[in-house]
Design a protein. Structure first.
Length: 230
């Protein structure tokens, strides 16, 4: 059985310039995903897919391989994660390297741990899912969500739950945006990263934070520091 870790890290991030290699508590943020993948012992190959020479150099310094650079088409704003993964797996196949499982780790997910990756892989293989990824609980019941009309009048999405107690509502979860562990043959056949036969592993609100803005970055560093102290 052969597994590959794929970390997509293009150079053209816009909301936070050079986001994928910016220092996060003292070291390039991409280093955390690379180190977690290497320390897990799950992968015969830990690689970074990038179009950027500086990112490639830092990735190699952190212990990852960069066997080929990403094509222009898959480094654009409109390219999907699935597009990048298909390109990488096809390029490996051209080099006579075929993998049974792959894990796509995002470069700005410093909370990933080797233990979490191992948990995901066991869940993927034992429960025969096609993909497994971490999910977090919503902090407020989604059944009691509201919208605002043009006149700022509050309108319920689900009026039947306007008076339902929070503890009586079914918990809901969202993608934590950290990684996707998947079966390579199933993905190559469908081209879909999150197919119907997907499983989730629950993590707490302290174990991930989506980073899109400067405020997100500061909150993520605070959360990470809290985890270290615990």
């Amino acid at each position: 059985m052969s597994n590959v870790a794929i970390i997509p890290a293009r150079g053209g991030s816009k909301r936070i310039p050079r986001k994928n290699i910016r220092a996060f508590l003292g070291k390039p943020i991409i280093a955390y995903a690379i180190e977690a993948a290497l320390s897990s012992g799950l992968f015969s190959e830990v690689m970074v897919s990038t179009d950027d020479a500086e990112i490639a150099a830092i990735a190699r310094q952190c212990g990852a391989s960069v066997p080929f650079l990403r094509k222009v088409e898959t480094a654009s704003d409109v390219a999907t994660t699935a597009d990048v993964l298909l390109e990488v797996l096809n390029q490996y196949e051209e080099q006579q390297q075929v993998f049974d499982y792959a894990c796509c780790l995002y470069p700005t997910a410093p909370f990933i741990t080797p233990e979490l990756l191992k948990h995901a892989f066991v869940t993927l293989t034992e429960k025969q899912f096609d993909t497994v990824y971490p999910v977090q609980p919503f902090s407020f019941p989604i059944q009691r969500a509201v919208r605002l009309s043009e006149s700022q009048q509050i309108q319920w999405f689900q009026p039947e739950h306007a008076l339902t107690r929070s503890q009586d509502l079914e918990p809901a979860y969202h993608d934590a945006g950290q990684f996707y562990f998947f079966r390579v043959p199933s993905f190559l056949e469908s081209g879909i990263l999150i197919p119907p036969n997907s499983g989730g592993i629950i993590i707490s609100e302290l174990e991930a934070h989506d980073i899109d803005t400067e405020a997100d970055w500061q909150l993520a560093e605070m959360k990470f520091s809290i985890n270290i102290e615990q």
